[in-house]
Design a protein around this ligand. Sequence first.
Ligand code: ATP
Ligand code: MG
Length: 557
Amino acid sequence: MNTEEKTLNFLEHIIKDDIESGKVTQLATRFPPEPNGYLHIGHAKSICLNFGLAETFQGTCNLRFDDTNPTKEEVEYVEAIKRDVSWLGYNWDGEVKYASSYFDTLYDWAQYLIKQGKAYVCDLTPEQAREYRGTLKQGGKNSPYRDRSVEENLSLLEGMKAGDFDEGSRVLRAKIDMSHGNINMRDPILYRIRKQQHHQTGDKWCIYPTYDFAHGQEDAIEGITHSICTLEFADHRPLYEWFIEHLPVPTRPQQYEFGRLNLNYTVTSKRKLKRLVDENFVDGWDDPRMPTIAGYRRRGYSPASIRKFCEMIGVTKSDGVVDVAMLEHAIRDDLDKNAPRAMCVLRPLKVVLTNYPEQKREQLTAPGHPNRDDLASRELSFSREVFIDQEDFREEANKKFKRLVIGKRVRLRNAYVIEADEAIKDDNGNIVEVRAHIIENTLGKDPEDGIKPKGVIQWVDAADHAEFEVRLYDRLFTSEAPDSEEGDFVEHINPDSLQVLDRCLGEKGLLEAAPGQSYQFEREGYFCRDSSSANQERLVFNRTIGLRDSWAKMNQK
Ligand code: ATP
Ligand code: MG
């Protein structure tokens, strides 16, 4: 891609300069998730950025699992993350990488630091270590174990590795500067004892490196040129650089930070999303209300719409909150252009067309999409009884109600103009049926008597149709910032975020819908056939998003 054609973000400027000055010959980035949950929309930003840069500059992007913490990690998450990155449309360079496959090298480098007099085994308890660390305002003080000999340190580290000591009894620390203004530089921990099984290395290790001791070195091993992370790591950059400077690493990557994505009405923290799953507030990580990539996929979002959204929000050096309506705009715009149209009646009300012969059947055709000839046209069957939506009929109404009213006309979309005559009610006064008649000769034509209908409504043939369940979703949280409200964020869960309609009717073509297939149900919104394996036998449609675009309205000039 030609970088001259578009405005570059600050990272693209840096990379372009590095390539032009010869500092870097080929860009290498990586996306480094910790496999402790499913990816969310915030990760999508990082994925689009890292893989996108590699595409723009003909470089490479690795997928590397940052699996240095065995306690919270699972193989299920590894598989889910691979699936989500591929689904977004990106290919990682070569094999998937694992931080854990560098554990031997990292251990060698820990010994190297000890031999250089730059690391030591420390026996302070966690409470003591906190006290010795100092505060933001005040420097810390040296650990009494700081001056152990190289031999003693090497032998204690061996013992830690061999499992000779209890968890929490000892750590390996870098020897940097306990009075440093940046707390991260006050003799940070390199290794902890954790007698835990690891999903990749089994029980080979009972010490595990910290993020700080692992991340930059992994980048260096893989030849990453630009190590891009979120702003909260800016304070760790001096430490990242300290390790690169003091270790015999094969390459010298450089860390850059960008602002993380926050969306209103949404939480983007794997830890919090895991709680929603574990405590059954939602139906799994891929529940269509979840801001996970798997959730959006099941909800009917396309990869292109998520990539488009990430492009719209851009990349900056500051954190901000993005309006979730912008993400909704991206998918709506995509589906408006690409989703085939269909008719569906969410709350069916029977209409008997009394002047239409009982045995008669007609096959009508309707376009697949108003301006996409490449989408196949649809066959609609028509007979004496049809269903319309309960909301589209009233016995009496003022002029603003442009739907079916007794004594008034409406057009059945892609079919006849009809006029309502009578409402049939049950003993409780509920309308159970409408009697109406068709106006002859109105297929694709206005009525000959000149009395035009005011509106158009969707309908479904009573004799031949698809029947299915529809799930209507609303925002999962009622608060704009569920994260920063007082108290527990789960208190702000929207109790009406899911509404299930169990008997909806649609045109018969919907019987053929493939799992994940999207449609615009005319006048109702965008829906997709549920792709969950639990619903393979049943026809279930998820509402992706309604038709009205509040974001586009707010942002038009
Ligand atoms: P979480 O707090 O949800 O667990 P994390 O940052 O701990 O997020 P990682 O698996 O470590 O999750 O993240 C992998 C990459 O994705 C990191 O480079 C991280 O900076 C980036 N990332 C995570 N959340 C966001 C976000 N909201 N916006 C942009 N990038 C993000
Ligand atoms: Mg993390």
